[in-house]
Design a protein around this ligand. Structure first.
Ligand code: ASP
Length: 429
C-alpha cells in the first residue's frame, strides 16, 4: 500500500473514532475533559503545523518566483490566479444565495424564531472574546485592513503576528529581485531553493501526526456540539450550508478543473485527500498549508512553480467555502428576524460576502467574525427601517465549528484546484 493511502486510512479512522468518543464519552460532560482534548489536538497537530507556516510561506514563495524567473510569465500566472480566485468565489456565493432563497431555512414558526433569537443574543453577549473580535468591522475598515496587511511597514512584526499576507508580498518582491540579479544572486536563490526542500521533508514527518491530532480535534468538536444538534431548528440552516458546499466542491470546482485544467477531477480529489482531511480536522487553511503544498506537489502532480505561488496566496485570499457560508448565514439571519431583502440588497450580500471572505484569515472562526461586514453593509442599505442586530450571530455560534470544518475543506480544495489548473500555465520545465 502507498504511504498516502495508509495515511488517509489512519486520518479517517482518527476522525470516526473522534466522533464516537466525542458523542458518547465527552458530550454532556461538564468536567474539563474537553479542555484537555483541545490541548492535545493543539499540541499534536495545530501548533507543529502553524510553526511551519511563516517560514514555509517565505521559502516557498521565493523559491516559486525565482524558479519561474521570467516576469512576463509571472504576470500571466498572477493575473490568471487572481481571476480564478474571484470567479470561483463569486460562483460560490451565488450558489449560497440562491439556495437560501429556495430552502428558506429561517422561515420557522414565530415562537421558534423568537426563542432562537433570544437564546442567540444571550449567547453572543456572554461571549466577550467574540464581541471584541467583531469590534469595528465596517466596509471602510475592512478595505484599509486588507491594504495595510498587503503593504506592511515592518516585516518582522508581520511574521511574529503570524499574518502571511504582507509576508507574501515581501517574498514576491524579494523573489523578483533575486531572479533579476543573475549570477550575483545565484547563491541566495539556491539557499531558498534548498531551504524549501528541507521544509518539505520536515512536513512529510509532521504529516504522520495528523491522524492523532484529528482524533482529538474531532472529539472536542463533537463533544461540545453533540450530533443531536443536527435535528434542531438550526438544522435547516446547517443543511443549506452543507448542500451549498457540496454543490460547489463536488460539482462546480470539478467541472472547472475538468474543462480548464484538462484533468480527471475526482482522481485529483482522491490524491489530495491528506490535505482535505487535514483542513477538515484543523479548521484552518493556514495551518493546512504545509500539507496542501506537500500533497499537491508529491501526489497531485501540480508543478512546484504553480503550487508555490497559488497555494500560499490562496490559503489567505481564496476562500470559496467561507464566501458561500457567509452569504447563507447572513441571509438566513435576515429571514429569522423577519426582515425582507430586495434583489439589490441580495446583490450587496453577494459582493460583500466575497470581500469578507478575502478579508478572513485562514484560521478557525475567521468567517464568523468577518460576517459582520456583510451584516453592516446590508443594514446600511435598509435606511432607517428595522436592522439586524449584530448579536444575531449568537444564533449560529453554537454550531459554527462544524460548519467551519466543512467550509475550510472547500477553501483548501479550491486552492488545490487552482494550483492544478495553473500548472498548465507554469509547468516545471
Ligand atoms: N476557518 C476558515 C479557514 O481557515 C476560515 C473561516 O471561514 O472561518 O479557511
Amino acid at each position: 500500500m502507498k504511504p498516502t493511502t495508509i495515511l488517509t486510512i489512519l486520518i479517517v479512522a482518527g476522525m470516526v473514532l473522534g466522533a464516537v468518543v466525542g458523542e458518547f464519552v465527552l458530550h454532556g460532560e461538564a468536567i474539563g475533559s474537553d479542555h484537555w482534548t483541545k490541548v492535545a489536538g493543539d499540541l499534536v497537530l495545530i501548533r507543529p503545523l502553524k510553526l511551519l507556516v511563516i517560514p514555509l510561506v517565505l521559502f516557498s514563495v521565493i523559491a516559486g518566483i525565482t524558479r519561474v524567473g521570467d516576469p512576463a510569465k509571472l504576470g500571466r500566472l498572477g493575473g490568471a490566479t487572481l481571476a480564478y480566485y474571484f470567479a470561483t468565489m463569486l460562483i460560490a456565493v451565488a450558489i449560497g444565495a440562491t439556495l437560501v432563497q429556495m430552502i428558506n431555512p429561517g422561515d420557522l414558526p414565530i415562537e421558534v424564531q423568537e426563542t432562537m433569537r433570544a437564546s442567540g443574543e444571550t449567547a453572543f453577549s456572554a461571549d466577550t472574546s467574540l464581541q471584541s473580535k467583531v469590534g469595528d468591522k465596517t466596509m471602510g475598515g475592512t478595505w484599509t485592513n486588507i491594504l495595510y496587511q498587503l503593504i506592511p511597514s515592518n516585516i518582522v512584526q508581520e511574521m511574529s503576528a503570524g499574518r502571511p499576507l504582507g509576508l507574501i508580498v515581501f517574498a514576491m518582491g524579494l523573489g523578483l529581485a533575486l531572479a533579476a540579479g543573475g549570477e550575483r544572486t545565484r547563491a541566495a536563490r539556491e539557499f531558498f531553493d534548498a531551504g524549501f526542500e528541507a521544509l518539505m521533508t520536515l512536513i512529510q514527518w509532521i504529516i504522520w501526526l495528523t491522524p492523532i491530532g484529528v482524533f482529538f480535534l474531532v472529539a472536542w468538536t463533537v463533544g461540545r456540539i453533540g450530533l443531536g444538534n443536527l435535528t434542531e431548528p438550526i438544522g435547516g440552516y446547517m443543511a443549506t450550508v452543507f448542500i451549498g458546499l457540496a454543490i460547489h466542491g463536488l460539482i462546480v470546482l470539478p467541472l472547472i478543473l475538468w474543462l480548464i485544467g484538462r484533468v480527471s477531477p475526482y482522481r485529483f480529489m482522491a490524491k489530495m485527500k491528506p490535505a482535505l482531511l487535514t483542513a477538515f480536522g484543523t479548521d484552518s487553511s493556514s495551518a493546512t498549508l504545509p500539507v496542501t503544498i506537500e500533497t499537491a506537489i508529491d501526489e497531485g502532480e501540480c508543478s512546484e512553480q504553480s503550487s508555490n505561488f497559488v497555494l500560499p496566496l490562496g490559503s489567505t485570499i481564496n476562500m470559496d467555502g467561507t464566501a458561500l457560508y457567509e452569504a447563507v448565514a447572513v441571509l438566513f439571519l435576515f429571514q429569522l428576524y423577519g426582515i425582507d431583502l430586495e434583489f439589490g440588497q441580495i446583490l450587496l450580500v453577494v459582493i460583500t460576502a466575497t470581500l469578507a471572505a478575502v478579508g478572513a484569515a485562514g484560521i478557525p472562526s475567521a468567517g464568523l467574525v468577518t460576517m459582520v461586514i456583510v451584516i453592516a453593509a446590508v443594514n446600511g442599505s435598509l435606511a432607517g427601517s428595522a436592522e439586524l442586530p449584530i448579536a444575531a450571530i449568537g444564533v449560529i455560534l453554537g454550531v459554527d465549528r462544524l460548519l467551519d470544518m466543512c467550509r475550510t475543506t472547500v477553501n483548501v480544495w479550491g486552492d488545490a484546484v487552482g494550483a492544478r489548473i495553473m500548472t498548465r500555465i507554469a509547468p516545471d520545465s
